[in-house]
Design a protein around this ligand. Structure first.
Ligand SMILES: Cc1cc2nc3c(=O)[nH]c(=O)nc-3n(C[C@H](O)[C@H](O)[C@H](O)COP(=O)(O)OP(=O)(O)OC[C@H]3O[C@@H](n4cnc5c(N)ncnc54)[C@H](O)[C@@H]3O)c2cc1C
Length: 482
């Protein structure tokens, strides 16, 4: 990057806000998906919205692509730098600006850590519901961009349900406000469009969040089944009984082994472990817990425990939340996959994953948000063995195809990013992709915001396949193509 531009960036963010030395840039060459790496030209760490605007305007003028970054825990390569581009890290914009308990609203900067929002409102018995397992390190800006989920999203909804408004720096440097503190605003739901857009529509610089009152009673049950098939049948029966648990999570034996090795959660050694959490008024929770226990026993659970204290409950969740990172205990390398299937397809898909695992000789551990049908198969491999990484990648993509064949999706919460863009045409038709591309072009006609992500074959804005035919409005001079 030329020194004139570096000087300009330095003038915007100050000496401490610019990283340009090769050794420091290495920290930013990947996100949580470490098998993709690109060195950025520079990393900028703004502290204000105006600084973000200043950086983006310079990028627009010089046609430099930029990638927003929160905490870099993404698992699909969303924050992976792009060739000849810069990274804009929002980590230093980490203030909770306003807490409005009466209206249950919190205004935050994008670099605020997810769990810190709950930490701030907990004294008044509120919490921020979307709880990715990475919640102690991931940022609200990253959560917004990925529409992140978590164990409690079954009942409370994903990030999109809890983001009411946004301040966004568009890719031309202008500032817009989408949504607001009220639940509904007129016009297009552009907040909804932005949430889940993976950094391709601009940079969120402020976020209005909805927080939720803590329920009177929370109970967590742990049930051990012979296999994930019986556990899956219990999940279907619980939902069919009309209950909406706060969370239903499942782990297979390999995932249990890893979690036990890492955090000693005292899980039973079984083929399929179910964690069911109910919350609400005490009388209701206790009655429903009896019913969950009965349904579990009917489906073959041989051990059922209900956490008796808050400390016991915390240990149960610690095991589940540590499950991804715990894979390092049982395998040198692993790929965390993220796909969705209809709940009823669970036994069929699990059997097929087991068959593919046997066929390829690669172990697959399974941890999932069972209530949502959101699978997280972890494909274990050893990079030092020639060919294993490629085989693991191929297997993880084949698992996504299985999800599609079952009527599901290629991602439940980790996003498309770099990793899954080639899967997009398998899930969406050409007109679907074209429509998404037009939305992107409306926000970012110059395609500078996280270009090369999400879409398999980037097209220039305004470009359509085939011979160019001007629209009649364009031909008559009423509308202009941008
Ligand atoms: C151990 C582990 C467990 C995880 N568990 C879960 C889970 O349970 N559920 C889940 O959903 N995810 C989970 N994740 C994935 C990851 O933590 C989430 O995707 C998280 O939201 C990423 O936040 P981040 O701050 O790290 O974002 P980053 O990784 O830095 O960025 C993610 C995306 O957001 C964009 N972005 C970041 N900030 C902004 C901004 N201010 N404006 C616009 N775009 C922005 C980036 O360009 C990128 O595309 C897990 C990851 C790990 C490592």
């Amino acid at each position: 990057m030329n020194s004139r531009l570096l000087d300009e960036f330095r003038a915007v963010v100050g000496e401490r806000g610019l990283i340009s030395s090769a050794e420091e840039l290495h920290t930013y060459e990947c996100d949580g998906l470490t098998n993709f790496r690109v060195m950025p030209q520079a990393v900028l760490l703004p502290t204000t919205t105006e600084q973000v605007q200043g950086i983006v305007r310079a990028c627009q003028r010089e046609r430099i692509p930029f990638v927003a970054r929160g905490s870099g825990t993404g698992l699909s390569g969303g924050a992976l730098p792009v060739e000849n581009g810069i990274v804009i890290s929002l980590a230093r914009m980490n203030r909770i600006l306003e807490v409005d308990f009466e209206n249950a609203r919190v205004l935050v900067e994008p670099g605020v850590i997810n769990l810190d929002v709950t930490g701030r409102v907990a004294p008044k018995q509120f919490f921020y519901a979307p709880d990715p397992s990475s919640q102690s390190v991931c940022s609200i800006g990253g959560n917004v961009a990925e529409n992140s989920g978590g164990a409690h999203c079954l009942k409370y909804g994903f990030t999109t349900t809890h983001v009411l408004g946004l301040e966004v720096v568009l890719p031309d440097g202008s500032l817009v406000h989408l949504g607001g503190k009220a639940l509904e605003t007129p016009g297009y739901d552009l907040t909804g469009v932005f949430v889940g857009s993976e950094g391709t529509l601009g940079i969120a610089t402020k976020v209005i969040l909805r927080v939720v009152k803590r329920p009177e009673c929370i109970r967590t049950l742990l049930a051990a089944f012979p296999s994930t098939n019986e556990a899956g049948a219990a999940v279907s029966d619980i939902i069919a009984a009309g209950m909406l648990p706060a969370a239903i999570e499942m782990m297979d034996n390999l995932a249990i082994q890893a979690a036990e090795a890492a955090v000693h959660a005292n899980y039973p050694d079984c083929g399929g472990l179910l964690l069911v959490e109910l919350d609400g008024p005490t009388a209701e929770v206790e009655a429903l817990m009896e019913e969950v226990g009965a349904i579990s026993r009917k489906n073959g659970a041989w051990e059922i425990r209900v956490a008796q204290t808050e400390a016991e409950r915390a240990v149960v969740w610690k095991g589940r939340k540590a499950a991804f990172a715990a894979m390092g205990r049982i395998s040198p390398n692993y790929i965390v996959q993220d796909g969705v299937i209809p709940r009823t397809a669970l036994p069929r898909v699990m059997d097929e994953i087991a068959r593919l695992s046997k066929e390829t000789g690669l172990r697959v551990a399974n941890v999932f948000h069972a209530g949502d049908g959101n699978l997280h198969p972890l494909v274990l491999y050893d990079r030092r063995i020639a060919g294993q990484e490629a085989a693991a990648e191929a297997l993880s993509m084949r698992i996504l195809e299985l999800c599609l064949e079952a009527g599901g999706s290629i991602t439940g919460e980790h996003g498309v990013g770099e990793e899954k863009k080639r899967m997009m045409p398998k899930m969406f038709s050409e007109p679907d992709l074209d429509t998404m591309q037009r939305v992107r072009c409306a926000f970012d006609p110059g395609q500078l915001a996280n270009p090369t992500k999400v879409f398999p074959t980037p097209r220039l804005c305004g470009e359509k396949p085939g011979e160019y035919v001007p629209h009649p409005l364009e031909a008559s001079g009423i509308a202009e193509r941008f």
